[in-house]
Design a protein around this ligand. Structure first.
Ligand SMILES: Cc1cc2nc3c(=O)[nH]c(=O)nc-3n(C[C@H](O)[C@H](O)[C@H](O)COP(=O)(O)OP(=O)(O)OC[C@H]3O[C@@H](n4cnc5c(N)ncnc54)[C@H](O)[C@@H]3O)c2cc1C
Length: 317
């Protein structure tokens, strides 16, 4: 009786081993072959607002520095003190590290001359790469261009190149920017930013690989050939990520909610689940041919470091 049941398997049709062996085959780890060049990475940090956060940021920078990313970027908020912290962080990166910094710069709430002056100061300090963004209204609300300001990121790209020959990166939205008139209008906007002189886009984060790959198909069909680098957000606090995603138009798939379910009070398991989710995401992208990745580190190095390791990136002497 036992033998017969085992033979039939739980589904009653084929044997268990046979069932185990008929599933889809997925690529083994690592996806890249030993001789393949490791992917190019970049890391995003945010400027710290307290001495404790500053110490955390610099510990994160020092941990990730040996991975020799192509560049590291520092976000830019609204308001004088936040912006001053971005400048201070970027300038310290130039002075004290081997890293190549990219400073984020936005259009929100500033006249063109003020934005141009910030860009000129960066150039003077040796910064050659800007991530050019429109930015959002602090505290939410509808965006309106500042009087005498750059209205959209495409205008900012053109303005920056009048200041100096910066390398310029812009933002792209695989799931369409939340306030875009339509997906096609948003794609036209991305093309305008690249036509204005940006040479790369980094995407808003996404969790379903297909969403990104379908977006690349649309970019290519629209004649865009610049790299649209996937923005990877290793999520360790699922509840917080879900809240944040709703605001920035990144969808959180049901499968991800199910994976994190029950880990609310179990940070250790949550971190392991988070590592698997992010590693699986980059592995699928790498298997699809993508070899450039941008990590939203949230100033925490561990997940980013581990995932970079899985991708074949090792510390340089
Ligand atoms: C990689 C990345 C980094 C980011 N870093 C920061 C940061 O450091 N600081 C920060 O404040 N925010 C940052 N953001 C958020 C970003 O500022 C917001 O998503 C913002 O709402 C849009 O910025 P954008 O540069 O994509 O805008 P844009 O490209 O200007 O587009 C904004 C919206 O306006 C529409 N649009 C563009 N041109 C026109 C036009 N002529 N007429 C009508 N509609 C138009 C677009 O379709 C889109 O819906 C970042 C986002 C990403 C993806």
């Amino acid at each position: 009786m036992f033998g017969a049941m085992n033979q039939m398997g739980r589904n009653g049709d084929i044997g268990t081993l046979e069932r185990w062996l008929t599933g889809p085959r997925v690529a083994r780890l690592p996806v890249a072959d030993a001789g393949d060049a490791p992917p190019l990475l970049s890391f995003e940090f945010f400027p710290p607002s307290t001495p404790a956060l500053e110490a955390q940021l610099w510990a994160c920078i020092r941990r990730l520095e040996p991975l020799a990313p192509r560049f590291v970027s520092v976000t830019y908020g609204a308001g004088g003190s936040t912006q001053a912290r971005t400048h201070a962080t970027v300038e310290r990166l130039v002075r004290e590290t081997s890293l190549v910094p990219a400073a984020h710069l936005t259009c929100v709430g500033a006249r063109r001359e003020a934005v141009d002056a910030v860009a000129a100061a960066y150039w003077e300090a040796g910064v050659r790469h800007i991530v050019a963004l429109r930015g959002d209204v602090p505290g939410g609300g509808d965006y309106a261009p500042a009087e005498g300001g750059y209205a959209y990121a495409a205008d900012l790209v053109a303005g920056l190149l009048r200041v100096a020959p910066f390398e310029i990166t812009v933002a792209a939205y695989p799931e369409t920017h939340p306030t875009a008139a339509s997906p096609d209008a948003d794609l036209d906007n991305l093309r305008r930013k690249l036509d204005a002189g940006a040479t790369r886009a980094i995407t808003q984060y996404f969790f379903d690989t297909d969403v990104y790959l379908r977006f690349l198909d649309r970019c290519l069909a629209a004649g865009i050939t610049a790299p649209i680098v996937p923005g990877i957000m290793p999520v360790s606090n699922f509840a917080q990520a879900k809240k944040f995603s709703a605001a920035c138009g990144a969808s959180v798939p049901d499968w991800m909610a199910r994976l994190f379910e029950g880990t609310e009070n179990d940070p250790e398991t949550r971190r392991m689940v988070a590592a698997v989710v992010a590693a699986e995401q980059v592995r699928l992208l790498q298997a699809s041919g993508v070899d450039e990745f941008h990590f939203y580190t949230l100033n925490r190095p561990d997940l980013t470091y581990a995932i970079a390791h899985i991708l074949g990136v090792r510390p340089k002497e």
